[in-house]
Design a protein around this ligand. Sequence first.
Ligand code: HXC
Length: 260
Amino acid sequence: MSYETILYEKKDKVGIITLNRPDALNALNSQVFSDLYAVITEVENDNEVNAVIITGSGEKAFAAGTDIKEMETLNCNGAREFALGVKKTLDKIETLKKPVIAAINGFALGGGCELAMACDLRIGSEKAKLGQPEINLAVIPGAGGTQRLVRLVGSSIAKGILFTGKIINAETSLTIGLLNSVVPPEELMDEAMKTASIIASKSTVIMGLLKDVVNTGRNLDLPSALAYEIEIFGQCFATEDQKEGFKAFIEKRDPEFKGE
Ligand code: HXC
């Protein structure tokens, strides 16, 4: 299927989504979120895709935010509706049972940074520039920037980023844990593919459970989260892949997972 504002291709069990509005620094308008929702649904139903990469087209940006020109004239209800639409897509990414990697090739600001934070891993090029500059427009982040950022880097560092609206470079983003790794620009997609391929080679059914336990557990108190972990650990033993994984280890061979 083809989409209006994004490109989509499949390569070795990895789905690669490219935000494709380079003239607007891949600013995220309603059509982008609708296309993203549709492509993630396609990935969800595609047994040939086990991991996803999201990146931006052009040299400058992953996404420089949600589309300021589209948002300019919104009233309170319109703004809430817009944010709910964005949330629907980011929730879809976060709850997708397949890991999603943001390959950040340039600016990831506002909604762009929020999209990256809804992904599971964030790999940055040395040219990546991240931030939540909404305060400069006299609004607050509306797509998880006040919440996911705090959970990722802690409230003290998050408040520094949110309150100043400053753009931070790749090195700083790595230091504070906003990025998982940083590579030269020309190596970004290879590095993202390498990581995605490792993930794609694992048991898909267990990977889905693993992502869910980490995400669900983050929203629970520790005793409940640990109990949930044990519940799902038990569920692993109802799968064919668990039996194959253990058998292959004992027989000193590579496992052949079926995702069942
Ligand atoms: C719409 C945008 C845009 C955006 C850039 N453009 N960011 N259009 N929405 N978020 C457009 C510009 O208008 C311009 O179009 C073209 O992209 C190139 O941008 P320039 O500003 O000329 O490039 P440059 O001088 O290199 O500056 C890059 C930049 C700057 C620093 C990234 O573009 C910038 O500050 N952008 C806005 C960043 C931002 O505030 N993001 C947060 C948005 S609010 P023309 O047609 O003039 O050539 C948000 C809220 C999320 O994300 C909440 C969701 C519910």
